[in-house]
Design a protein around this ligand. Structure first.
Ligand SMILES: C[S@@+](CC[C@H](N)C(=O)[O-])C[C@H]1O[C@@H](n2cnc3c(N)ncnc32)[C@H](O)[C@@H]1O
Length: 323
């Protein structure tokens, strides 16, 4: 609720960030070409949610942002979650309109929502360049919040070469480079994703190298450590096992996998965010969220024996499996 996408789509937080002074609803409405009445009600609701502050006099109400709003909700901030919120609004909400059918049928709702076949989940996600960029923006946003907790969940300094399979924009890879500057970090992803990542997301001298391929059908680059961040949750157990076995087969002894996922509690009582993500996997993808025991079971089946789990206390947790 507090991150309701309508506010971000309208750009409500940006004039408030730019202005040195509190603004009236009339002023914000004029800048954003909206009705004054609608804007006034929206700003008041945001005050009620403690996202904005208001000062009232007999003549006027003047609105201003809080520091947290400026940091996370204004588009111009380096820690902006704007991309995440826009993706929720334009892609996730329409899919969730079909949640009842997803539960009834036990499969994603890409066909009903976007007219795309349920079996090609990434074809649906990347149905246009614009959609792909929105999804990449969403993926990028997560590591703004949680990247450091993942890269430091284990001491990974013994791994000289690291490949982030399905590494998307390279946001997590950039965090790895910051924490382990002597390791080489490569992002492996589909060609169109790598092209967009290099064009729109990677920064010069960020130390991340890109490699194109399909992790199911292409040969994987050699590495000491393979990162699979939010990859296993996309796929059926059968496809996950195929991928994990493929990695096990090319891993040298001492090499391994770092799995990163929002992990469920074993007792099924939460975390509610991971439970909601699992429903999201149902409406949008082929996979599901799982508790650590299920990841451990799959890793064992693939051949890995030495497995450690780290609960970070944040949204995403990590499992390190060594061959
Ligand atoms: C849910 S996203 C996770 C992205 C990133 N690991 C993160 O956590 O931000 C899944 C990623 O896997 C990539 N992907 C999907 N299928 C792939 C395939 N067959 N080969 C390589 N990458 C693939 C997608 O392009 C996307 O970047």
């Amino acid at each position: 609720m507090c991150f309701h996408p309508g506010n971000c789509e309208l750009g409500v937080f940006d004039p408030l960030l730019k202005s040195q002074e509190p603004l009236s609803a009339q002023h914000v409405a004029r800048e954003l070409s909206t009705s004054v009445d609608g804007m006034e009600r929206l700003l008041d609701a945001l005050v009620g949610m403690e996202i904005l502050e208001v000062e009232t006099t007999d003549e006027a109400a003047l609105y201003s942002s809080t520091d947290v709003t400026n940091l996370y909700l204004a588009q111009g901030s380096v820690k902006s979650l704007h991309n995440m919120i826009i993706y929720q609004s334009q892609t996730i909400y329409p899919l969730w309109n079909n949640l009842a059918d997803a539960v009834r049928e036990g499969k994603n709702q890409n066909e009903k929502t976007f007219g795309l076949p349920p079996e090609s989940v990434f074809q649906a996600l990347y149905r246009s360049e614009e959609e792909m960029l929105k999804f990449m923006g969403l993926m990028n946003s997560s590591w703004i919040l949680d990247g450091h907790d993942i890269t430091t969940a284990f001491n990974l300094s013994c791994f000289q070469t690291i490949v982030d399979l399905g590494g998307c924009t390279g946001a997590l890879a950039q965090e790895m480079v910051k924490v382990y500057p002597s390791s080489s970090v490569t992002v492996f992803d589909l060609p169109q994703v790598v092209e967009a990542a290099q064009k729109h997301f990677s920064q010069e001298n960020d130390g991340v190298v890109f490699h194109t391929g399909d992790f199911f059908s292409s040969e994987l680059p050699a590495a000491d450590l393979y990162i699979l961040a939010r990859i296993i949750h996309d796929w059926s157990e059968e496809k996950c096992l195929t991928l994990l076995k493929k990695i096990y087969d090319i891993c040298k002894p001492g090499g391994g996998i770092l799995l990163v996922e929002a992990m469920l509690f074993e007792n099924r009582r939460g975390p509610v965010m991971a439970q909601i993500f699992s429903l999201n996997m149902l409406v949008q993808m082929e996979g599901r969220e799982r508790p650590p025991s299920e990841y451990t079971h799959m890793l064992n089946k693939a051949g890995f024996q030495n497995i450690q789990v780290c609960r970070t206390g944040k949204t995403y947790d990590a499992i390190l499996a060594i061959r």
